[in-house]
Write a protein that binds this ligand. Structure first.
Ligand SMILES: N[C@@H](CCC(=O)N[C@@H](CS)C(=O)NCC(=O)O)C(=O)O
Length: 220
């Protein structure tokens, strides 16, 4: 059995990377160097036709590979394979429904708008079109982080109350992007999000993943 995560530092691979650290099984970490366009190479395209990170390859005892290419799907797959790690609340529990709800919201809505906001030049041609996109996507994101903040303030400190799960790793990753790329106002101006991020950054699995990716804390 082997597990390999193809990643790029501080990219969408971060949440699954943190999840892998929590499981504490051995795994290989392979860096995709985006400055050299590794994600567009033939060998990587064979693994991931979307030409994006992350990719997880799980080789079983019969040498069959399972390949998972979406960050949230990798988190859920790891939870299926290693249930004892508690990456998500138990199947059929009320808490699991809450965690799934926020995890999918984070990847499908917040992450999607972060892409439009930060990579507006991929979606527009003229400078004024790009400025409108950044402005409108930015305003939507500010509202989304406020909604997340209200949820944490009412039901925190973690997304499902008492214990961190993959939805929390996802929120740290996405709020961290908003923080680094200068969303205005910054996600950290929301007190419950800032408290959540600081608590997340103190988790051993987060610290080990940050060290391995050679990235520093997003929130101070
Ligand atoms: N929906 C995918 C998105 C992954 C994604 O957008 N990855 C970006 C880095 S954060 C990427 O690999 N981009 C490569 C490129 O744009 O060339 C997921 O959540 O895993």
């Amino acid at each position: 059995m082997s597990l390999t995560l193809y990643y790029a530092p501080d990219n969408a691979s971060l949440a699954p990377h943190i999840a892998l650290r929590r499981i504490s099984v051995p795994f290989d970490l392979v860096m995709i160097d985006k400055s050299k366009c590794d994600q567009n190479s033939d060998w990587y395209k064979a693994l991931n036709p979307h030409q994006r990170v992350p990719t997880l390859v799980h080789r079983d005892a019969e040498n069959r590979d399972t390949i998972v290419r979406e960050a949230a799907a990798i988190c859920l797959y790891l939870d299926d394979q290693f249930p004892a790690a508690g990456l998500m609340p138990p199947t059929k529990s009320r808490e699991r429904a809450i965690a799934l709800d926020w995890l999918i919201y984070l990847t499908n809505t917040v992450q999607a708008d972060l892409m439009v906001w930060n990579y507006n030049y991929r979606y527009a041609q003229t400078d004024s079109q790009k400025a409108v996109l950044r402005d409108r996507a930015g305003a939507r994101l500010v509202d989304m982080f406020k909604t997340l903040d209200q949820h944490l303030a009412a039901s925190g400190p973690w997304i499902c109350g008492d214990a961190p799960n993959c939805a929390d790793y996802f929120l740290l990753m996405l709020a961290g992007w908003g923080e680094q790329f200068g969303l205005s106002p910054l996600p950290s101006t929301n007190l419950a999000i800032r408290r959540h991020a600081l608590a997340c950054q103190a988790l051993p699995e987060v610290q080990t993943a940050f060290e391995a990716e050679n990235i520093s804390a997003f929130f101070h």
